[in-house]
Write a protein that binds this ligand. Sequence first.
Ligand code: HEC
Ligand code: HEC
Length: 281
Amino acid sequence: MLPNSLYSIRTTAVLVAWGAFLGAGGSICAADAAAQGNPLARDESAVQAGDGLFHERCAVCHGQRAQGGMASNLVQTRTVRRGSEDALFRLIRTGIPGTEMPPQDDLPDERIWQIVSYLRSMALPGQQPPLPGDVVAGEALFRSAGCASCHIVNGSGGFLGPPLDSIAIQKSSEEIRKDVLQPSASLAHGFETIAVETMDGRMVAGVLKNEDTFLLVVQTPDGQVRTLLRSEVRSAEMSAKSRMPEDFATRLSQRQLTDLLAFLDRQRDPFTPVVRGFAVY
Ligand code: HEC
Ligand code: HEC
């Protein structure tokens, strides 16, 4: 691609830069902590510009939507998902010496940040540009349409469904939209629906909160938590149906849905996911 001589000049420059970077040694973390992060962050036009640039310069190796090809899937890699934005910036700037991963030393900082914005938006739900819509109207609707009777936001609300304070960093906007319009398409973990019949003929239906060899813990729609001994249970049936109403698609206008989703998109309280294994390494 590049004339040989030019390539070797570049490579040398990069090795020096990389050496200086590594030479900073233990202070890398300190530098990260003091660093500013991406000044463009979730700006919509930055993400779009980054998408264009990615197409021109990166897609040939990393795939059209950064999902891998000749080189790694960047949507899943730890470097993009967990690393700091500053470290990602430096990596794109310098490339990875000794590998096919080329430096981008002809681009101004702003253009590199655009690529960072794009990659983060692809890899992490909470990094997508803010959804348009009237957030205040969305919040009012959240209360008037009954969502708040089952979901906590800002410290108040019901508990039959999961709290939604951090929903926008846990799920992408498409997933949230689907949760609202087709609740039973996938049930939130820890909120699966169960119907139990006891030996003495009582029916207890609700959300299965916990279970072990001896017990089932079921929360009923009135908010009570019932602990049932397995020995007194005649049958227990899990259901693929959500306890959430299925008819919001018809009850809400387009406009209302837009506002509601914009409100949910602003729910970004810090959240610590449970990490299982090393699947995203
Ligand atoms: C000629 C092919 C090629 C091109 C073009 C390319 N890369 Fe890479 N990239 C690679 C290879 C190969 C690796 C893995 C290097 C290694 O062995 O560690 C890599 C690694 C990476 C990583 C680290 C991935 C990880 O798993 O930690 C990131 C981030 C990355 N590239 C981003 C980009 C971006 C952004 C562009 C465009 C500006 C780009 N790459 C262009 C080949 C390429
Ligand atoms: C009768 C109770 C109830 C009402 C009313 C209700 N939900 Fe839910 N919601 C649930 C339950 C239970 C779940 C968990 C099961 C599932 O994933 O469907 C849930 C799941 C969700 C999820 C996915 C949460 C996650 O962590 O994956 C979202 C988003 C959501 N509801 C939004 C809404 C919105 C917006 C409204 C109002 C338009 C609403 N809900 C009304 C009970 C309710």
